[in-house]
Design a protein around this ligand. Structure first.
Ligand code: HEC
Ligand code: HEC
Ligand code: HEC
Ligand code: HEC
Ligand code: HEC
Ligand code: HEC
Length: 394
């Protein structure tokens, strides 16, 4: 009803019903007074003041001047596809299997109907304002808070769990607009399991691993792989990350408290947010020792030996029919030539039939790599996964 009030606030309605008294020209005798007219319809209440400011607050936030910095930031960000360079992964969203996360239109369909268009899309566009925003849930900002017209704040089904009958479902819920992010920033694959070959994992894809958006999984403390490990350190339980608070998550670090006029639409974490909890000098915050362990693990995984497979994913043997043809490395690295930034090198999985423990260690390695925060999303979980992986393949 408040919406209605707002819209008709500007319309002044003056309604009254009047009963006119009949008089006659040719008789001078007045008749009895007519019955009272019925009351006019009440005027409509004015809009409630919003935090004491009123409509001016709507105007302030909707003004072009307020939004210029937001438009600029989106265009330069990876969400905006950086026009003039390339659309990055946003060109992938014509395919049905990629559209929900790599196409503005696909994402809108996915959120609004639960599915993308069958057969995919003719064009694929980067995220636009209307991908993430549509309309306010309520105009009663005073009681409901301002929702910034974010398209969805609903809890999100974790796809890997929803799609795997062997696993119980898992719902991601950060209680705010971070749920919007969780629709896309979740891994698409589950941890490796031994299938056809007991104790071994048949790795058949050059794109294997948790895919590029596993941030939600790390923040929750989910999808580490360690079934074959003898744990040398406890793995922290789900939802224990210091950085996963009950009141928020992604947007608290990646959007809020910016001072550059972007209102968070560069999605670069603002150090102001870290300072809230870490005191005034958060510039150099990094997860103690994680990087060195992670890199050491990578180098070990480059050396582990498995069995090569052919184009039909069949393990291959030497001419004697019993000696496996070896493949060295379950991951390998393309050195990009910047020695001081090994995180910037490109690590890839390698196909083959490997001991499951190597596959689990490689999964954990790629998980931390693809997450791209070098463990900051969940320091204790990340450290423990990598330490346990190292200990079990050394
Ligand atoms: C803090 C920012 C903010 C405030 C305050 C705000 N809005 Fe919005 N509003 C948005 C955003 C963001 C959108 C998403 C669409 C867009 O980008 O315009 C939106 C969308 C809307 C839409 C839907 C637009 C459409 O195309 O369907 C209407 C209508 C609207 N706002 C009216 C209001 C009114 C009226 C008020 C004051 C009572 C108000 N807004 C206050 C940020 C705000
Ligand atoms: C559940 C959502 C989701 C689905 C489905 C999905 N992706 Fe992604 N993908 C992401 C996210 C999120 C990122 C960016 C993550 C980041 O930057 O850390 C990404 C990144 C990428 C990248 C860029 C990698 C880079 O580092 O530049 C490519 C390429 C890509 N995806 C291809 C695909 C293809 C092809 C498909 C369909 C077969 C697909 N994705 C399906 C969520 C998804
Ligand atoms: C990736 C999703 C995403 C995209 C794309 C996006 N926004 Fe936002 N926007 C958000 C979220 C999330 C918030 C903050 C919600 C919160 O803090 O609760 C927000 C906040 C805002 C606000 C409120 C800022 C303030 O005053 O605090 C405005 C205005 C806004 N967006 C406009 C836009 C416009 C205009 C565009 C397109 C140029 C756009 N947004 C694109 C997700 C997005
Ligand atoms: C429609 C799916 C989608 C939604 C919703 C979404 N993202 Fe993304 N995000 C992506 C994709 C895809 C990329 C990578 C784009 C590329 O570089 O090709 C990305 C990139 C990013 C990056 C930059 C990574 C880099 O490579 O520099 C950050 C940070 C990020 N997203 C955070 C967020 C946050 C926080 C939210 C919620 C407010 C959010 N995203 C909502 C799909 C999404
Ligand atoms: C404690 C603060 C914090 C929280 C909470 C948080 N992030 Fe991050 N995130 C970071 C930091 C710090 C980095 C490293 C960024 C850098 O080095 O530029 C990062 C990196 C990323 C990246 C890779 C950016 C890049 O440049 O490649 C993506 C994507 C991302 N976060 C998405 C998310 C999503 C989605 C959520 C919620 C599920 C989330 N983050 C929650 C602080 C946070
Ligand atoms: C809500 C409060 C909060 C915010 C916001 C926050 N942190 Fe933290 N952070 C913590 C707590 C609590 C710990 C765990 C205690 C500890 O290890 O000191 C922690 C731990 C860390 C660690 C792990 C240190 C280690 O070696 O184990 C790093 C790194 C870190 N935070 C970086 C950041 C960065 C970067 C940001 C901003 C993008 C940030 N934090 C924002 C509360 C916060």
């Amino acid at each position: 009803m408040k919406n209605l009030k707002l819209i008709i606030n500007l319309i002044v309605i003056t309604t009254s019903l009047m009963l006119f008294q009949c008089t006659s020209d040719y008789t001078a005798i007045e008749g009895p007074a007519g019955i009272d007219g019925i009351d006019g319809v009440d005027g409509i209440d004015g809009i409630d003041g919003i935090d004491g400011v009123g409509v001016q607050e709507c105007i302030d936030c909707h003004a072009t001047s307020h939004r210029e910095g937001i438009f600029d930031a989106l265009l330069m960000s990876n969400h905006g596809g950086q026009p003039g360079f390339s659309y990055g992964s946003w060109s992938r969203g014509t395919r049905e299997s990629c559209a929900a996360c790599h196409n503005n239109e696909g994402f809108i369909d996915y959120v609004e109907t639960g599915a993308v268009a069958v057969g995919g899309y003719g064009v694929s566009n980067p995220l636009d304002c209307n991908g993430c925003h549509n309309k306010h849930r309520s105009f009663d900002f005073e009681n409901d808070g301002n929702d910034y017209a974010v398209r969805t704040v609903d809890a999100v089904d974790f796809r890997v769990f929803a799609e795997n009958d062997a696993l119980p479902d898992y719902v991601l819920d950060y209680g705010n607009a971070s749920n919007l992010c969780a629709n896309c920033h979740q891994p698409r694959r589950g941890t490796p399991v031994a299938d056809e070959y007991p104790g071994k994992y048949l790795q058949t894809s050059g794109h294997w691993g948790p895919h590029h958006g596993p941030q939600t999984a790390l923040l929750e403390g989910l999808l580490g792989a360690y079934t074959t490990f003898t744990l040398v350190e406890d793995i922290p339980a789900v939802k224990q990350a210091a950085h996963r608070t009950d009141t928020g998550a992604c947007i608290d670090c990646h959007m809020r408290h910016t001072t550059d006029g972007s209102f968070g639409h560069s999605w670069n974490p603002s150090r102001n947010n870290c300072n809230d909890c870490h005191g005034g000098n958060a510039q150099d915050l990094e997860v103690d020792g994680l990087f060195d362990d992670w890199l050491a693990l990578g180098h070990l995984l480059e050396e582990v030996v498995g069995q090569a497979i052919d184009d039909d994913d069949q393990p291959i043997f030497e001419a004697d029919g019993v000696t496996p043809v070896p493949v060295v490395g379950i991951v390998h690295v393309d050195d990009n030539g910047t020695p001081n930034d090994p995180m910037d090198d490109e690590w890839h999985p390698q196909t083959g039939l490997f001991d499951l423990k190597y596959a689990e260690a490689a999964w954990n390695f790629l998980f931390i790599y693809e997450d791209k925060s070098m463990g900051i999303h969940n320091p204790d979980y990340a450290k423990s996964l990598i330490k346990n992986s190292l200990a079990n393949i050394q």
